[in-house]
Design a protein around this ligand. Structure first.
Ligand SMILES: CC(C)(COP(=O)(O)OP(=O)(O)OC[C@H]1O[C@@H](n2cnc3c(N)ncnc32)[C@H](O)[C@@H]1OP(=O)(O)O)[C@@H](O)C(=O)NCCC(=O)NCCS
Length: 414
């Protein structure tokens, strides 16, 4: 069934975009807003889209973005899975399975991206296809009055400037370009993606003001950090201010600018609550505060990753500690990965190829994918019974080698 459907899926043309996007929004139940309901958004890659038609109507949609994603020590081409929807009239007949099979098979056969990634609408959909949560967001809220920057933190002699979107964009892009490769899960943002990131559709503000753009200018006059945020301005019935300041992103090339931007964000008048829903799970802001308990984090899974080609994906990243082990990988959905792989890695690079040697560790593709960005410990997965150690000590060694000092974080939802 899934194989038949797979052959019926085809990319759409630009003329079909309005019907395609309407079909997708109907399934997600969100209103069609913004400038790209009738015209194709610049980030779209229609040659990588797939649609299923039935009786002249689009009943399933999907797409891929050609990303480059930071992974431990490297930047790797990554297929970003998007636009996945199946009409309620066609659910549970294997359509999603057909989409997944078609995407992953083509990536493998055409030797495209060795890794795929997505944001999951529900946590129970994608594990069966080998995807696993590889990054977590540590979204937090805090009472503004309790969020104070420590006195011993150096906030430098620079200044924060509020600017308009036009001035912000090139300056922020330079900062982002300087920092993104050090954070696994960060995506290369070209001009199209900055355009998408800074879209500010009034219907999607949900009561907040327009986005605010802040640049930090260091004492040398160079922009070395930026922040974007919004304020939802409200008062209680008794006339007390109770606004919420929602931080979207704070990036800086060094700790002084980072601290100065946070001091700025945390010192707004009228604000009772500060929220940072998309923060990294290991955001340094926690260590800037006088009272770290004032920050209430609610970690949730963020970017999901799927190793598409074990050999190419594992050779592409780096390993902070030397590793030379045989992994027996179980991958029923992508049988080209199934079997034994010798992984030999170190801080400067890695090799991964087929082997007949006995395995040191046995694990599924979900577990390998979870660990790929360095944010999920193989030892924790072993603790859950999902990784089997054959050679004593192998999981400790592999957990250390697969780890990374900076927690994976993807601030870009797609
Ligand atoms: C999620 C969705 C794409 C699934 O499509 P589908 O064509 O019904 O999926 P399939 O028929 O291929 O299902 C494959 C398997 O996944 C399971 N599954 C599908 N959707 C699931 C869900 N939401 N939760 C749990 N399991 C799910 C099916 O039961 C089936 O299991 P089985 O093989 O054991 O029978 C579809 O329900 C949908 O469009 N949902 C709303 C939009 C959405 O969530 N999109 C995902 C965006 S990230």
């Amino acid at each position: 069934m899934a194989d038949d459907l797979s052959a019926q899926l085809r990319p759409i043309t630009a003329d079909e975009w309005p019907a395609f996007t309407r079909a997708m929004h109907t399934v997600f139940g969100d209103p069609l807003t913004g400038p790209y309901t009738e015209t194709v958004p610049p980030v779209a890659e229609l040659d990588r889209s797939l649609a299923l038609y039935d009786d002249g109507r689009i009943v399933a949609t999907s797409g891929l973005y050609s990303f480059r994603m930071s992974v431990p020590g490297a930047v790797v081409p990554t297929a970003g899975v998007t636009w996945v929807s199946v009409s309620p009239t066609h659910r549970r007949r294997g359509v999603l399975t057909a989409i997944m099979r078609r995407q992953l098979t083509e990536l493998h056969e055409q030797e495209r991206e060795p890794v795929a990634a997505l944001w999951a609408a529900e946590g129970s959909i994608y594990g069966r296809f080998g995807y696993a949560p590889a990054s977590w967001r540590g979204g937090w809220t805090g009472e503004a009055g309790r969020l104070r920057v420590r006195d011993d933190v150096d906030t430098g002699d620079g200044r924060v400037r509020l600017v308009d979107a036009e001035e912000f964009r090139p300056a922020a892009a330079r900062v982002y370009e300087a920092v993104r490769r050090w954070v696994p899960g960060n995506l290369v943002r070209d001009d199209r993606w900055w355009g998408r990131r800074l879209l500010d559709v009034p219907e999607e503000r949900h009561g907040a003001n327009e986005r605010q753009y802040a640049l930090h200018v260091g004492a040398d006059g160079e922009v070395d950090g930026y922040a974007t945020y919004r304020i939802t301005g409200t008062f209680t019935a008794a006339g007390e201010p109770e606004s919420t300041l929602t931080v979207e992103e704070v990036r800086a090339t060094g700790p002084t600018a980072y601290a100065a931007l946070w001091r700025f964000l945390l010192s707004h008048d009228l604000v009772r609550t500060v929220a940072a829903p998309h923060a990294s799970s290991d955001d340094p802001v926690r260590h800037l505060l006088t009272d770290p308990r004032a920050l209430h984090a609610h970690p949730v899974d963020a970017l999901w990753v799927r190793v598409v080609d074990v050999g190419r994906a594992l050779a592409a990243r780096r390993y902070p500690a030397p590793i030379d082990l045989v992994l027996e990988v179980r991958d029923a959905f992508c049988p080209w990965n199934d079997g034994r792989w010798r992984l030999s890695g170190h801080p400067a690079g890695g090799y991964c190829g087929r082997t007949d040697r006995d395995p040191d560790i046995v694990l599924g593709i979900e577990e390998l994918s979870a660990a790929y960005l360095g944010g999920t410990s193989l030892a924790a997965l072993q603790g859950a019974g999902r990784v089997t150690e054959v050679s004593p000590g192998a999981v400790t060694l592999a957990s250390t080698a697969f780890g990374w000092p900076i927690a994976p974080w993807c601030p870009d939802e797609f």
